[in-house]
Design a protein around this ligand. Structure first.
Ligand code: UD1
Length: 360
């Protein structure tokens, strides 16, 4: 069997790395295609190094643009790849534009698609990722899920249960695999931080950073944490653009802006943080397994299991609510938490097991 694995943006790399590793020696030939949705050294290349991902066999170089431009460019280029390579299966991960674009190409060329991290739903169609999730799942022939609620979402949408496989979380495979190596990162020394004595921030959702009033309100509320401890904020390129466009100065709020970090540095910072404040999807999962309190600065989440079982709290974006949640997380008793089922470091192996007995 010949498989093409697709990656495009930062949150894809840590999901694909364990799958590529598990494919080696499985009898399934895995080729790697990078769409180039993310292309900066610190958004892409450093992850290939940190995660020991093979150099992509195919690079599409599509770059940034509006959603339509980016999706269309990926489709045009990936169609050529599929026609040329004639894979038996294309594997996409997560919910970025590359995920949906490549799934649509395959559906029209009658090439089966496997979606890893299928079935997550925020119920919020103003999120570009929710559209990507819906489109990808309706087209996929194999749907690999991370949690029971994802299976339920898919069945409710009429997906044939025979296509759904609950395998666990490949992102946690990478976390478990690299945790010891991340412990050797010198990022804390570089930034002058002490374990348990700092906060960690990430923000990049268009709904949080594209509107100056919302963005400013969130930052001022985060100043509650910044007043009490150093708060490190590796700034995503789209967020950096907005900070410059709005003329925002976050340093007086105690927020320390740094460039985006590599995988190992960021994992070390997460592992030793007192609190994480984020609008990311994946970080809600990673903090849950690390047992670090996470405040999610969004109105909804597609990952409710991290709240039910893990350390995540859905705080919203109202500044008063953010402040109250910070005070509670720092001064209140720790939340009891556990690791969701099958988030055990072996999801990619289970995926390959399914693929070995799968026939189109
Ligand atoms: C994308 C994903 C999002 C994911 C995020 C993680 C979609 C719809 N969104 O959002 O789900 O959480 O990645 O980072 O696919 N830019 C650079 N260098 C890069 C990449 C981007 O400067 O290497 C800048 C560009 O100005 C670009 C902007 O960031 O316009 C946004 O990039 P884009 O890929 O459109 O979406 P993200 O916000 O990164």
């Amino acid at each position: 069997m010949k498989l093409i694995g697709v990656v495009g943006a930062r949150p894809n790399f840590m999901k694909m790395a364990p799958i590529m590793r598990a494919l080696a020696g499985s009898g399934i030939a895995g080729r790697l295609c990078h769409t180039g949705q993310h292309y900066d050294h610190n958004m892409s290349k450093v992850f290939f190094e940190d995660l020991e991902l093979p150099r992509p066999d195919i690079y599409l170089g599509v770059g940034s643009g509006s959603h339509a431009e980016q999706t269309a460019r990926i489709m045009v280029e990936f169609e050529k790849v599929v026609l040329d390579e004639t894979p038996d299966l294309v594997m996409v991960v997560g919910d970025v534009n590359s995920t949906a674009a490549c799934s649509m190409v395959c559906a029209k060329l009658w090439v089966p698609v496997a979606h890893v991290e299928a079935g997550l739903r925020s119920g919020d169609r103003t999120m570009p990722e929710e559209i990507n999730r819906l489109v990808t799942d309706v087209l996929a022939d194999l749907l690999f899920t991370t949690c029971a609620d994802a299976d339920e979402n898919l069945k409710r949408e009429g997906i044939d249960p025979a296509k759904i496989h609950f395998v666990g979380n490949v992102m946690i495979d990478s976390q478990q695999f690299y945790l010891a190596k991340a412990a050797g990162s010198d990022v804390m020394e570089r930034l002058g931080l002490a374990a348990g004595g700092y906060g960690l921030i990430t923000l990049h959702r268009p709904s949080n950073v594209d509107d100056p009033d919302i963005f400013r309100g969130i930052l001022e509320a985060l100043g509650e944490a910044g007043r009490r401890m150093p708060c490190v904020w590796p700034v995503h390129p789209r967020t950096r653009k907005m900070i410059e466009a709005f003329g925002i100065d976050a340093e007086p709020l105690g927020l320390r802006l740094v460039d985006p970090l590599g995988y190992l540095d960021f994992m070390r910072l997460m592992r030793d943080a007192r609190i994480v404040m984020t609008d990311s999807g994946g970080i809600q999962e990673e903090t849950t397994v690390l047992g670090i309190p996470c405040l999610t600065l969004r109105e909804n989440t597609e990952r409710p299991v991290t709240i039910e079982l893990g350390t995540n709290r859905l705080v919203g974006t109202d500044p008063a609510a953010i402040r109250a949640a910070i005070v509670d997380a720092l001064d209140g008793p720790p939340q009891p938490h556990s690791v969701p089922p099958l988030w055990d470091g072996h999801a990619a192996e289970r995926i390959v097991e399914v693929l070995r007995s799968w026939r189109p």
